[in-house]
Design a binder for this molecule. Structure first.
Ligand code: KIV
Length: 274
């Protein structure tokens, strides 16, 4: 029986407390180059636990948290403190997964020192195994500065949601030269993997063949080494998802139906049972 009196079979999530913690390293992720692997975002303990139980051993505490959990239109309002709060929950809900935590907008733009300070906070206070930041220009210097402290960094080019709303927008990126140059710069700066978001599929294939670190695609076609999906898209929590995302479940309507059933039973005095 579960703590709530249900059968064990119906209990999908067990808190990680007391379990031996042994997490996949960034080096091990890097060595997966050439073998397809899944990544999903996670923002809280139970869903991180579901993902780990499903065999997904790399979880991204993405700043998409702003959109899918906290109800903002953009990711820009998210702070380092908020990322730490959610990273801690994901860490508590897992024991083996590699936890990558997004550096939010403004946390790595001012100087190398500021970027390093904030990356250290995500590791020390949030429990991050590595951090991710967006950009393939001056951001390469930030990647190098953070990597020099020993903190592994995942890069991110293509559509970069932190600044997309400030001008460049969300359309597919297809500037071959620029994307290749950025990917190589991010690799040379010391990143252990790189996200390609909404990048032309053929260019993503070329980048994947041109660099020695794994490419992680989202809306970038089938040729990347890994794929990442936002949890709420994969689970069908909202009525709309981006065209490149596949809905592997319809949890949004399942939740509404379950709560409608609860409400009906209370109104009809069917719950609690007499
Ligand atoms: O914040 C996020 O969820 C991300 C993924 C879309 C890669 O950066």
């Amino acid at each position: 029986m579960s703590a709530h009196g249900g059968s064990d079979q119906a209990r999908p999530y067990e808190p990680a407390h007391g379990r031996a913690v042994r997490r996949l390293t960034a080096g091990a992720v890097r060595r997966r180059k050439g073998t397809p692997f899944p990544i999903v975002t996670a923002y809280d303990a139970p869903f991180a636990g579901f993902a780990e139980a499903a065999g997904i051993d790399i979880l991204l505490v993405g700043d998409s948290l702003a959109n899918v959990v906290l109800g903002y239109d953009e990711t820009t309002p998210i702070t380092v403190e908020v990322m730490i709060h959610h990273a801690q929950a994901v860490v508590r809900g897992t024991s083996r997964a590699h936890i990558v935590v997004d550096m939010p907008f403004g946390s790595y733009h001012v100087s190398d020192e500021d970027a390093v300070r904030n990356a250290i906070r995500l590791v020390k206070e949030g429990g991050a195994c590595s951090v991710k930041l967006e950009g393939g220009g001056m951001e390469a210097d930030r990647i190098a500065a953070i990597a020099a402290t020993g903190i592994p960094v995942m890069g991110h080019i293509g559509v970069m949601p932190q600044t997309a709303g400030l001008g460049p927008g969300y359309k597919k990126r297809a500037n071959r030269e620029r994307l290749l140059e950025q990917a190589k710069k991010v690799e040379a700066a010391g990143a252990y993997a790189i996200v390609l978001e909404v990048v032309d599929s053929e260019i993503a294939e070329e980048i994947t063949a041109s660099i020695a670190i794994p490419t992680v695609g989202i809306g970038a076609g089938p040729h990347c080494d890994a794929q990442v999906l936002v949890l709420h898209d994969a689970l069908g929590i909202y009525s709309q998802s981006p065209p490149f995302a596949k809905r592997f479940a319809e949890l949004g309507s399942a939740a509404t139906n379950a709560l409608a059933e609860y409400a009906r039973e209370v109104r009809e005095r069917g719950f609690p049972a007499r």
